[in-house]
Design a protein around this ligand. Structure first.
Ligand code: NDP
Length: 487
């Protein structure tokens, strides 16, 4: 399956072999090459944008019900091939097969969610200052969207942009991450199967600094929908050469607060799941935990047991492993750097700290879930995004101290609270400066509610009705009425 997608671009409803240089794509669990992608040329980028532009009017003018039906067909086609698409994702990204399959099914769910939203695009009638005028406020699709996505969730992070764009009536050019391009190309296959008109969805590949940047600077692209690091997001915001709308879903450095009233076992379960799932390569991963001092040592003892119980494996051979390989050498190197920094500054190693032992781990990017205690904000693990399986823990004395530490970051994506006392819950949730606050659960992003960061974690929203609003312009139509003749 990957061999059929190798070197291909999906432009204007057809497949073509990219003319640019080939870039190898590696399986992070084994280091083996699984195929290559083409670095799209300037002509190919122009061709993709032109195809999206040519398709725009026809797609936008379709009845909403027809766009909705197309998205339902896409969701069905994706779900029907969940196993095949999951295999592709595991081979390029490293996550266990069951996790990959779950992500593909969530992509299908996103298609169905936005299929349903597509038929609920309402406007407003606003009363005027005088009775002889009134204002209609309607929503119109922005136009051509350039979507640039990272490698940690190669299906969902494409899907949220794709589905919301198409539901709104926009067309799209997608540039997936170099590490995980084949999932996006496999989605293009499903677009074809779902008989979505030619040019509505296009996928081009190549280095972000060239191909992604070209979309940012392209005068034919009306909006950039980007998920990735804060540094690249800032560069994108600063480097557009024509005014365009942008939504930027960027990095995080997410805190969790565990108060004395918390269900400790539930808090430990949540902390371990949201810190280590996908090897910590999640923008809303819990990076740091602040625990009320009286329960601090008990929390650490339980977290050690829970982290050590997680299973690690090559995601293809061990489909039900909890954790697979990290996606590449870079996030693994950063994890080790943050760990060394914490230990050098006095942190206590609770568990992990090395690669798992065994021949099966020798060539891939594997690391054991690692917990360090007694951390301070002088340590990188508490102040920078690690994007790896490393969790820093510190005790606190008093809710105000926990809040001050939790908010002591340039990021504002997600935060977590475990507490049973509702007064504590209210006090904490109203003071945490984050776009998402999950209480007694660790699912800060769900499809039916808006998901977005503040501060250096970005601007704009995905998920929910709000996620689709990002793809509309409002138009105000002000109508003057005269007295009818012959009244
Ligand atoms: P990057 O910012 O490095 O890359 C993201 C995408 O941008 C890739 O497709 C990349 O291409 C492309 N890109 C790189 N440089 C440019 C440029 N100058 N102009 C346009 N596009 C460019 O992020 P990662 O892929 O490393 O992903 C990890 C980051 O993503 C983390 O910081 C994480 O927190 C964040 N993230 C945020 C989420 C959120 O919802 N807020 C969700 C998931 C991840 P290429 O691959 O070719 O380099």
């Amino acid at each position: 399956m990957i061999s059929e997608l190798s070197g291909k671009l999906f432009i204007g409803g057809g497949w073509k072999t990219g003319a640019g240089a080939g870039i190898a794509v590696l399986n992070p669990a084994t280091g083996e090459s699984i195929g290559e992608i083409a670095a799209s040329t300037a002509d190919e980028i122009n061709e993709a944008v032109a195809a999206a532009r040519a398709a725009f009017r026809g797609w936008a003018d379709l009845p909403a019900k027809a766009r909705s039906a197309a998205l339902h067909r896409l969701g069905d086609a994706i779900a029907a091939d969940a196993d095949g698409m999951a295999r592709i994702m595991t081979m390029e990204q490293g996550k266990p097969l069951n996790e990959a399959r779950g992500e593909i099914l969530k992509l299908a769910e996103a298609c169905h969610f936005y299929a349903e939203e597509a038929v609920r695009v309402h406007g407003e009638i606003v009363p005027g200052d005088t009775t002889d005028h009134h204002s209609l406020v309607i929503r119109e699709p922005i136009g051509v969207v350039g979507a640039i996505t990272p490698w940690n969730y190669p299906a969902e992070l494409v899907g949220w942009k794709l589905c919301a764009s198409l539901a709104a009536g926009c067309t799209i050019v997608i540039k997936p991450a170099d590490l995980t391009p084949f999932t996006a190309l496999a989605i293009a296959r499903k677009v074809e199967e779902a008989k979505i008109p030619a040019g509505v969805v296009n996928v081009i590949t190549g280095p972000g600094s060239v191909v992604g940047q070209a979309l940012v600077e392209h005068p034919g692209v009306d909006k950039i929908a980007f998920t990735g690091s804060s540094s690249v997001g800032l560069r994108i915001q600063q480097s557009a050469t024509t005014v365009k709308r942008m939504s930027l879903e960027l990095g995080g450095n997410c805190p969790m607060i565990v108060t004395e009233s918390a269900d400790l076992d539930a808090a430990v379960k949540g902390a371990v799941r949201r810190s280590f799932r996908n090897m910590g390569q999640i923008c809303i991963a819990i990076n740091r935990v602040y625990v009320a001092r009286p329960i601090y040592e008990a929390f650490l003892a339980k977290v050690k047991v829970a982290a050590e119980a997680l299973t690690i494996g090559n995601g293809l051979d061990k489909p039900d492993a909890d954790l697979g390989a990290m996606a590449s050498a870079d996030p693994l190197a950063k994890t080790k750097e943050h760990l060394a920094d914490a230990l050098a500054k006095g942190a206590r190693l609770v568990t992990g700290g090395a690669a798992p032992e065994g021949e099966q781990f020798a060539r891939g990017h594997f690391f054991r879930p690692t917990v360090v205690a007694d951390c301070t904000h002088a340590m990188k693990v508490m102040s920078e995004e690690t994007f790896g399986p490393l969790l820093g823990v510190a005790p606190y004395d008093g809710l105000d101290e926990a809040i001050a530490r939790a908010n002591d970051t340039p990021y504002g994506l997600a935060s977590y609270v475990y507490a049973k006392d509702m007064d504590e819950v209210r006090y904490l949730t109203t003071r945490l400066d984050y776009g998402n606050v999950a209480v007694n659960n660790v699912d800060a992003g769900v499809m039916n509610a808006p998901y977005g960061g503040r501060k250096q974690s970005g601007v704009g929203y995905e998920h929910g009705r709000e996620g689709m609003l990002e793809y509309f312009n409002f138009k105000h139509i002000r109508i003057r009425h005269d007295e009818p003749k012959g009244r």
